[in-house]
Ligand binder design. Structure first.
Ligand SMILES: [Mg+2]
Length: 353
């Protein structure tokens, strides 16, 4: 245990040594100060001897110490130094301690710096006013060395703990955001994969398997709610000769363009799929025979009117239109297919059913 020190400074400030307050709290503070730069203390007082006394006391704690002798200078420097704590005299010419405190607490960058007021007075009103302005503590002159050290240390520890918690919060926040971003990206990929799984890659219509699935679903709906449902089977006429004469790549272009034409002429609730090579299946929920005919005829006319780079090319389609009548998916497809066959035999470029 250190010897008790009782010193009377020339300015009349008495500061007492160890014994009144436990010297240094061991664990948490050491942990907090480990691997970090030494805490910095900023002292503001218009009387140089006060600064000298405080500096002498606090330098034993291995703090970095910066000082200012008036409010204006303090405000300028504190923004640059960003100290861990400010020891602030109240009575100063120019901007007094309350003014400095108010200014620091109103600024985002300096708001978190703890402020301890230094006051010769024990005026309760001053103390209350200081706390209202955001000060964390008061130290009265003359200084009690141990008490001063303990208070400064405690508030630095609190501030550093707060800083650590804020950093952790920030890190957690960004980890959460990153996880959310990844989850969204995963969802997007899953949706993409689901889309790929049901789409015909060349025509971007539904593929064969999904067309049948949709037909099953719509048949179940039509049955449950006694709603009409129609099915179109469409086939590009003489498609083999398109491939033979213009080549397969051009045949693919024809498929893409005809598919887009079909899709364009349907309602959002209709489903168009590529059933086979140049054969398409279109499910028309809620459509009776007349409406299905109108749709099929519109598709036929639009395909016939398509313009091609190969100027002598003329592309037409034939279609069979079947109405749901308590059918199974396969029996309805068979009906539509049969009507398509009839359209082909009847000279093509026409609708049957
Ligand atoms: Mg003063």
């Amino acid at each position: 245990m250190k010897k008790q020190l009782l010193t009377e400074s020339s300015a009349g400030h008495r500061f007492a040594g160890a014994g009144l307050v436990p010297e240094k709290s061991a664990m948490p503070s050491e942990a907090i100060f480990q691997n970090t730069p030494p805490p910095s203390v900023f002292i503001v007082d218009d009387i140089p001897i006060n600064i000298q006394i405080l500096s002498t006391i606090l330098s034993e704690e291995k703090y970095d110490i910066a000082v200012a002798t008036n409010g204006e200078q303090a405000l300028k420097m504190i923004r640059d130094v960003n100290p861990d704590i400010v020891l602030l005299d109240i009575v100063m010419p120019g901007i007094d301690g309350f003014g400095v405190c108010k200014e620091l607490k109103s600024c985002q960058e300096t708001l978190g710096i703890p402020i301890i007021f230094l006051t010769a007075r024990t005026d309760t009103e001053d103390i209350i006013n200081g706390f209202h302005l955001g000060a964390v503590d008061f130290v009265t002159k003359p200084f009690n060395t141990s008490e001063l050290k303990a208070r400064v240390r405690t508030h630095i520890e609190l501030k550093r703990s707060r800083d650590i918690i804020m950093q952790m919060n920030k890190r957690l926040q960004s980890e959460i955001e990153e996880k959310e971003r990844m989850a969204k990206e995963r969802e997007r990929l899953v949706r993409e994969l689901e889309k790929i799984a049901i789409t015909d890659s060349m025509t971007a219509l539904y593929n064969h398997r999904h067309s049948i699935e949709l037909l099953k679903t719509e048949i179940a709906e039509a049955r449950r709610y006694s709603q009409p449902l129609s099915l179109l089977m469409l086939d590009i006429d003489h498609f083999k000769s398109v491939n033979d004469i213009y080549g397969h790549p051009y045949g693919d272009t024809v498929l893409v363009k005809v598919s887009a034409t079909i899709k364009k002429l349907l309602r959002d609730s209709d489903h168009a799929g590529r059933y086979g090579g140049e054969e398409f299946l279109v499910v028309l929920p809620h459509a009776d025979a007349r409406e299905a005919h109108i749709t099929a005829e519109r598709i036929r006319r639009n395909v016939e009117a398509l313009k091609w780079d190969a100027t002598d090319l003329r592309v037409t389609i034939s279609a069979g239109v079947a109405m749901f009548d308590n059918d199974t998916p396969s029996s309805l497809i068979k009906k539509a297919d049969h009507l398509l066959y009839r359209a082909k035999n009847n000279g093509r470029n026409q609708i049957q059913g």
